[in-house]
Design a protein around this ligand. Structure first.
Ligand code: BTN
Length: 246
């Protein structure tokens, strides 16, 4: 259930806010929403442009007794359940780029950012942030440095209520947090695969110090990306890697 709901008109980042609150003992199931973020964060240290108005900036805090290392797979779960929510409200043609970029065509509709606080051995707090472009004004979107799309365009009508969307996403995340805690990543892999944007495609994987080319074989049971490369099959974990179509 939602244990606490915090709505900010403006905040630096809903993820950062919940990481601070987690350290101060905020309960499992704390949900944070913001109208806009002044320092929205994306994966790999990138900024997430977060203008006021009509997008979704949502983060949720969940506590697990497992150590942080066990939670990496949730990044795929978050992508799969958010894509599924959007499909249920009528968005067709959505795809996920491993681990959890939400795409429509080749344009980005949203993304997820996972952060974990806790000791290596002990219980931990997982903060999952979801950003969805719902209705981006073109002048707001101009500063985004990659092709993007919003839900209004995907659905073909101007606006899907953000409150309703926030409720659906929160509900889906809660179900997923609970199920993931009991059963791990396995029950979510088939759903993720339904949205797999790159299966069978040639890609380039940008690691911090090198680039690897290969064909996407799919996702391993622990969430790793499986690539068929010149050196045979290789597996990669979502951390500091970035995937491109070759
Ligand atoms: C990405 O695709 O790089 C992930 C984007 C995640 C953005 C969301 S918006 C709500 C939450 N707060 C943040 O600062 N980031 C996430």
């Amino acid at each position: 259930a939602i244990a606490r709901l915090v709505i900010h008109t403006e905040i630096d980042s809903t993820n950062r806010y919940l990481m601070r609150e987690a350290a101060r003992g905020a309960p499992c199931g704390t949900l944070c929403l913001a109208e806009c973020q002044t320092a929205g964060r994306g994966r790999l240290g990138r900024p997430w442009i977060s203008p006021c108005g009509s997008n979704l900036y949502l983060s949720m805090l969940w506590r697990y007794s497992a150590p942080p290392a066990a939670l990496g797979g949730f990044s795929l779960v978050a992508g799969a359940v958010v894509a599924d929510v959007l499909r249920r409200i009528g968005a067709e043609g959505l795809a996920l780029k491993w681990p959890n970029d939400l795409l429509w065509g080749r344009r980005k509709l949203g993304g997820m950012l996972l952060e974990v606080a806790g000791e290596a051995q002990g219980p931990c707090a997982l903060v999952v942030g979801v950003g969805i472009n719902v209705g981006m004004a073109p002048d707001q979107g101009r500063v985004i440095d990659q092709p993007w799309v919003d839900l209004a365009e995907v659905l073909g009508h101007p606006r899907f209520g953000r409150n309703a969307l926030a409720a659906l996403v929160a509900e889906a995340l809660i179900d997923a947090f609970e199920r993931f805690g009991r059963e791990g990543l396995t029950p979510f892999l088939a759903l993720w695969a339904e949205f797999d944007a790159f299966r069978g495609e040639q890609v380039r994987l940008l690691l911090s110090d090198r680039e690897i080319r290969g064909r996407v074989l799919g996702i391993a049971s622990d969430g790793a990306l499986r690539l068929d490369t010149a050196d045979g099959e290789m597996r990669f974990h979502a951390g500091e890697v970035s995937l491109r179509r070759d």
